[in-house]
Design a protein around this ligand. Structure first.
Ligand code: GCU
Length: 659
């Protein structure tokens, strides 16, 4: 069935089928990873060529040859590979060379990608980021926080005995895009995930993923020494607490020798943490780093904010973390969300990226679309990730320190990127076919943060559907526009956090009655009879001052800035003249209107793709686009009606009244 299960690893016959190798030759000592590479090449080339491809000891036919370097080639690093076209024994060969088995596996996937996308040139490629991780927000009861693709893949009830073959397909898909680690459980962690039975289950997953170069990590609940160890405190400076974590780490390594380490959400949204004991993030992180030693890493999240702090939520992470720059242990990375609020359809990059040069910073992107219409709305996030990664932080006051470069961490031993997974038990893994592209794009950009979202979308479309340009060109154009369209109908002109409460699906700009002010949309848009927007300049919260002075310039002046961020930083009168010459009110309404129209138009683009797509996926996508068009109009109508109740102004000429 064309149900999307095969993702971008479909391996349907290609035009170049007759030119493809007939055999696979793996030189050197066999290993589970090399076997996985051989199996993938065999499966892939057999599918792509339409004939059976064999595994051979020597080259006696056109072959793919896997060669592990006898002496390491520094240019390939630990995980890189080289692909070269050549000849051996009079036969044409494609040689994949690497320093390690995992490099060979990555090279095998790259070669298969090249065949599917029509690239044939010799290549050398090395990942620019060391830790390329998925973060599963999966709960032990099988639910997934902010997951829209069914239940958790991890069948905790039947593990460790049942080894679902799907775990292997998960590993294949991730290895194909270079993911090399996975955090199994939700950042809102239960202590139980660190108990022996769950560690045994996690160990089976680790065994399954290991041949694919994927290490297992766990989210750690900071108060676990109390809940599991019966201690009276989880104070990170208490010797008994430190001893408990050390013993726990030893227990984990006895079961999972290559355990990757801990991800920690502490003192945020009610989670326990070192501040409960008057200690700092640094105290907590360094204590866990000591317990792990050089066996693993601590990824300490900077997503922190509290109701007790009256200041702009935007500023809290910076205030709490910046003073600790340079004080974290060498195996600690600080994991920072792309923006300072929370995965909104558009956010300026997080000010911490420009402010902690002495600490390895990971960027955390959300792949699951909590604030962009879940799995029903089409929004290609590659374009969003690229926007953040290319933004210049002016770290150390220097031009050219893009978020990508900060994350690559040239001055640090560690570097990492994390994506909150959109994967579940749905047959198509991600809840909708186009959401597979977001998983794919995350992996490709974690491998190379300087990569191009458009090129990645092109690869994905060719592999997942067809290389036919009559399909690829319009679909890539649709993908590249899609997230702007969502921002237009949900949160235009820099507005943010207007989603309805709790579930975050659909509009709720009027919500003002939640227990905490910083959860209410009205806190973020501040619309009244005079104007709208969050003043984050000196006259307001001054969050802008957390950016380097040169970075500030991009947003300081409403007259010259990119208006897609306008109301994020400025509170302006409804009559304010935007660059179009129109008053702000008109501009806002027209952007909502455009978003809804563009969402509707996506259906026509897709309708024209019918000849190139199987009926099953064509229909599935057509129906989600119908939902999206309807809900874009819902967003438009509700938002315009609500803001009109504040502005009291008439709609601009030609704009239909909200239904
Ligand atoms: C968001 C999300 C929560 C999640 C949190 C986090 O606030 O709504 O479900 O726990 O981010 O990243 O920790």
């Amino acid at each position: 069935a064309e149900d999307g299960y095969d993702l971008w690893l479909r391996y349907k016959p290609v035009a170049s089928a007759h030119t493809l190798p007939r055999a696979i030759v793996a030189q050197g000592t066999p290993s589970p990873t090399v076997s996985a590479a051989v199996a993938e090449l065999q499966r892939g080339l057999s599918g792509l060529s339409g004939h059976t491809v064999s595994v051979a000891r020597n080259v006696s036919a056109p072959s793919v040859v896997l060669t592990r370097n006898a002496t390491p080639d520094a240019a390939l690093g630990r995980e890189g590979y080289a692909i070269r076209n050549g000849r051996q024994n009079g036969q044409p060969i494609v040689r994949i060379r690497a320093n390690s088995d995992i490099g060979l596996l990555y090279g095998a996937f790259a070669y298969l990608r090249h065949v599917q996308t029509g690239a044939t040139a010799d290549t050398t490629d090395v990942p620019k980021v060391k830790l390329r991780l998925l973060n599963h927000w999966d709960n032990l009861d099988g639910t997934v926080e902010r997951g829209y693709a069914g239940a958790s893949l991890w069948d905790w009830w039947r593990l460790p005995d049942l080894k679902d073959p799907r775990y292997t397909d998960y590993a294949r898909a991730n290895a194909s895009i270079g993911i090399n680690g996975t955090v199994l459980n939700n950042v809102n962690a239960k202590a139980a995930s660190l108990t022996a039975p769950y560690l045994d289950k996690a160990a089976v997953l680790a065994d399954t993923f290991r041949p694919y170069g994927i290490r297992v990590y766990l989210s750690a609940r900071f108060s676990a020494p109390i809940e599991l160890g019966g201690l009276k405190t989880a104070d990170p400076l208490d010797p008994a607490v430190r001893a408990w974590w050390k013993a726990k780490a030893d227990e984990i390594y006895a079961k999972i020798p290559d355990f990757g380490g801990f991800l920690v959400k502490a003192n945020s949204e009610g989670q326990p943490g070192p501040q409960d004991y008057g200690r700092t993030h640094e105290d907590g992180a360094n204590m866990l780093a000591e317990a792990l030693g050089d066996r693993g890493v601590v990824m300490w999240r900077a997503f922190v904010y509290k109701a007790e702090v009256a200041d702009d939520r935007h500023k809290q992470a910076y205030s709490e973390f910046k003073p600790h720059d340079g004080k974290f242990a060498p195996t600690v990375l600080v994991q920072v969300k792309n923006g300072a609020i929370d995965f909104q359809p558009r956010e300026p990059f997080h000010p911490l990226f420009g402010a902690m040069p002495k600490t390895p910073l990971m960027v955390e992107f959300q792949i699951t679309k909590e604030y962009l219409g879940f799995a029903t709305h089409l929004a290609y996030l590659g374009q969003y990730y690229e926007e953040t990664l290319r933004a210049d932080t002016f770290q150390n006051g220097q031009k050219g320190w893009s978020v990508a470069r900060v994350v690559e961490g040239e001055h640090h031993a560690l570097s990492g990127m994390a994506g909150v997974a959109n994967i579940g038990t749905d047959r198509n893994w991600s809840g909708s076919h186009f959401d597979q592209a977001n998983w794919y794009a995350f992996g490709r950009l974690a491998w190379n943060p300087q990569g191009s979202a458009r090129d990645i979308a092109t690869e994905w479309a060719k592999m997942t559907f067809t290389p036919d340009p009559r399909f690829v060109t319009p679909v890539v154009a649709l993908m590249m526009r899609s997230r702007e369209t969502v921002a237009d109908y949900m949160t235009p002109l820099g507005l943010h956090h207007l989603m309805d409460t709790g579930h975050h699906y659909g509009p709720g700009p009027w919500v003002d009655n939640l227990g905490r002010p910083d959860w209410n949309p009205v806190y973020y848009h501040k619309a009244d009879a005079n104007g709208i927007g969050f003043d984050r300049t000196k006259t307001g919260s001054d969050a802008l001052s957390q950016y380097d002075p040169q970075a500030q310039k991009a947003w300081a002046d409403p007259k010259t800035m990119d208006e897609r961020y306008l109301l994020w930083f400025h509170h302006l009168s409804w009559d304010y003249r935007t660059r179009s010459g129109r008053p702000l009110w008109d501009e806002l309404v027209l952007t909502y209107d455009k978003g809804a129209k563009d969402a509707a138009a996506m259906q026509q683009t897709w309708a024209a793709m019918k000849p190139y797509v199987d009926a099953e996926r064509f229909e599935a996508i057509a129906s989600t686009l119908r939902i999206q068009a309807r809900e874009a109009k819902w967003w438009r109508d509700a938002s315009i009606a609500y803001f009109q109740s504040k502005s009291g102004r008439p709609l601009p000429a030609g704009v239909a009244a909200p239904a």
